[in-house]
Design a protein around this ligand. Sequence first.
Ligand code: MOS
Length: 734
Amino acid sequence: MSKTSNINRVDGFAKVTGSATYSAEYKTPGVVYACLVGSTIAKGRIKTIDTKKAEWAPGVLAVITHLNVDKPVGYQKAKDKHNFGQPLQIFKDDSVLYYDQPIALVIADTFERMQYAASLIKADYFKEEHSTELKKAADKEKKVDTDKGNDYHRGIQDGYKNAEVILEAEYTIPTEVHNPMELANIIAKWEGNKPILYTKSQGVEGTRKSVAGVFGIQAEDVEVHSEYLGGAFGMGLHTWPYEIAALIGAKKLNRPVKLVLHREQMFTNVGFRPYTIQKMGLGATKAGKLTGLTHEAVAMTSSYEDFMEGTVNMSRFIYDCENVSTRYRIIPLDTCTPIWMRGPGEATGSFALECAMDEMAYKLNLDPIEFRKLNYAEKDLEQNKPWSSKYLLECYEGGMERIGWKNRKNEPGSVKEGNWLVGYGMGTGTFGCYRSPTSVKAKFLPDGNLVLQCSVNDMGPGTATMMTAIGAEITGLPVENVIIEMGKSGLPKGPTQGGSATTSSVGSAVHDSCNLLVSKALELATQNPTFKGIAITDLTFANGLIAAKNDNSKSIALTSLLAENKLEGLEVENLSKGAEEAKKYSIYSFSVHFVKVLVNPNLGKIRLAHVVSCADIGTVINQKTSAGQMYGGAVGGIGMGLMEALEIDHRFGRPINNNFADYHVPVNADIEKQEVFFVNKKDPISNPMGTKGLGETALVGMAPAIANAVFNATGKRVRDLPITLDKIIETVKV
Ligand code: MOS
């Protein structure tokens, strides 16, 4: 263990004491307050919109609708259908594409007057028939030719059908919403033709680009601040219409405009994990060797944007199987566009795959872990490459021991504790390890402190803490001497925080820049009389002191060195990117979640008696923040397994549980015992630190682990998430 491997969260104090400034909290002189009024139908056109009463209400400064908006110039040419595009062009025309789509922006001098005025807006519509139910929209299914959308075949197409033992099953996951504690929010203002945004974004540079596209300006002219985020889970990966609305309002009034979505709007306007139906076909020999695997998914998207994720990808490489087919289709529905939600794609896909693997294990009368070991992939058969590292077996072993897997019986319902049926289940997770080019500036200040600068955000996983730890390790400075500046434009360009790639991208850049900075300091030291005749390789740097390796008496403090050279500091800005060598390998993180459930057969109540999450994420930079990520991700997976579903009243195409009273998420009392285990072995290929990424694998595989444990306890196979008690009680014999 290094001295930094368990340091406290560096932004923890600021967050718990309230001194951390979130976007909507920036003190902005002259700020005015805005909100969005949403449509009350799911599809159609606005016939009339009465804004007069609102306009006449006290304190109202502007009411903006499609009738009076100054359309941003980028609306004409926006073709970008993916990621950071802005396809829902707010107030562009009279069309309504989903329920609660913004149809008016109300701005007033106080929050209360703004809210009151918004309540006075009334609209009439030409209603059209909407479609919000995936299962009833199969005729709109479409294939999109992209990397994710193309069919995949290895060996015989749908070869599972020729197997000795065949399993076919269909699984569904409902729409889930991110709903971080901090609401989506922005303060927007303009200085001439240059916008300044304080906004909730997972990607400063991405936000700059999309805003630039909409307003027909240069990305370099867009200033973005997003220094603290109260969680995001993926919803901050898009620039949303509300952000553009605030910018339009601020431009019109030439005043700063603050817009915070209310909680209900978080369910309708800023994306979600898409409702997905999956069909699995597994074929195996009687001895338990997988011979065929087919994974098909059909997921919802919006009517105006093709959203796709890697739902079927895991099935292509996680097991050793000769014949693999995957297909993925999307169906446009009358909703807001989905957006990646923690463990995007794989969380959904692993539910189908890992439940089907469990079902097949029962068919073969094999222990589910044994079945997986029989089909352990020694290399990545999709890419035909060796793994960079893979400690999945260690995850199985670590979890089995901690959960007490030896107490599991393969016969469902055969283990009891008092009146409770006991079940054990597990599910495997994985996620690709990505690394994006990242610039970091490392700078020694005259006082000896180290400043690390990068525009990357920290939405909560501990990015600032990770940067501090790596910077302190390499420079040998105490962590207290490391200052992080991040989450705003103007700093060296960092990546969007997503895809579990931040440590690999930004950590590597910190690593490289700090090494270069130390070399620069040592280089300077060789010119100092103290080290006359001593080679740079014979100098060390620790605790702010440069010293000769072989002669303790020869040393000089960095601060003195800078002062003697009359330097205001010493700095290095460096762009780091992955090595070509890495392309020869398949680089993935792996996780295995284990759960022990207790099910009350009379009430259908499911208790999570014990949850163990194990992961091979390469090197663990920080035990504390990594464990925090793993606990949190696992809890997200528990929500997915047992509670979360956005319920839509399809008669009206609108959600009925768009609030925290009715949309359930787990709380502490729902999980009786939770543990985390990291293999913590360095990956030799991924990046200089040997990390592999954690945020997504923390969730991927948890929902199937729960479903599998519930089956083991009750003999009831629930293939439609979430596993609520009504689905259990209907068939368990009392
Ligand atoms: Mo993550 S879904 O890449 O924020």
